[in-house]
Write a protein that binds this ligand. Structure first.
Ligand SMILES: Cc1cn([C@H]2C[C@H](O)[C@@H](COP(=O)(O)OP(=O)(O)OP(=O)(O)O)O2)c(=O)[nH]c1=O
Length: 192
């Protein structure tokens, strides 16, 4: 049993795939980049913040001390983190930037267990085919990109845009399962 420090339905789906039993406990932390933090440092730190926050609640409420899992996923292009789209113009802008190019998706997991934290980072390279303005608009209108880092979902219609993926499909979707399983095996809580 673990606590999943996330409100993301994608992360629940991915965790179910590993067969790990979990309770959902969203962290609701405010994600803000600190000065001088690289994208890799940022995702790892945010995954840790989510896990630490929920671990603290678990302690305060006297709940059973199961491991706590936090995760963060960011889309990076030209060294810049794109974040989630604030509105249609912002989202379509992101898709225009990604079209016809290769970008990185950084996905970090952090497990807090017995006063120790275990963090892993998955880096994937995703190549989009070129997109026409009409395709970008149509895709935006599906509603799929709205709550997603980089304004797309590999597990949804954006699969049709992805010419190449080097790295971790589950990592791009929001929870790198290979890296997570390595940590869970280390602490003796695998789902199998
Ligand atoms: C690139 C990409 C991102 N995403 C999603 C995964 C994450 O849910 C989201 C990135 O935002 P996150 O801030 O990592 O997570 P979240 O706000 O959804 O949930 P929580 O903080 O409670 O854990 O983008 C996809 O679903 N598919 C994709 O292809």
């Amino acid at each position: 049993m673990i606590y999943l420090a996330s409100a993301s339905p994608r992360r629940q789906e991915l965790l179910r795939q590993l067969g790990v039993e979990f309770d959902v406990m969203p962290s609701n932390i405010h994600e803000v980049r600190a000065a001088g933090e690289s994208p890799a440092q940022y995702v790892a730190r945010v995954a840790g913040d989510k896990a630490r926050r929920v671990a603290q609640w678990v302690r305060e409420r006297g709940l059973p001390a199961h491991p706590v899992l936090g995760a963060d996923t960011e889309v990076v292009i030209d060294g810049e983190i794109l974040g989630k789209p604030e509105n249609a113009a912002h989202g379509m802008d992101m898709l225009r930037r990604l079209a016809g190019r290769t970008h990185e998706v950084l996905s970090a997991v952090c497990v807090w267990h017995r006063e120790k934290e275990y963090t892993a980072l998955s880096t994937s390279r995703v190549t989009f085919r070129p997109l026409t303005p009409a395709e970008i608009e149509q895709y935006w209108k599906t509603g799929e990109p709205r709550d997603k880092a980089g304004a797309y979902a590999i597990q949804g219609r954006a699969a049709a845009f992805i010419a190449k993926l080097e790295g971790s499909y589950s990592g791009v979707m929001g929870l790198p399962l290979y890296e997570l399983d390595e940590i869970l095996r280390k602490i003796g809580t695998d789902g199998i």
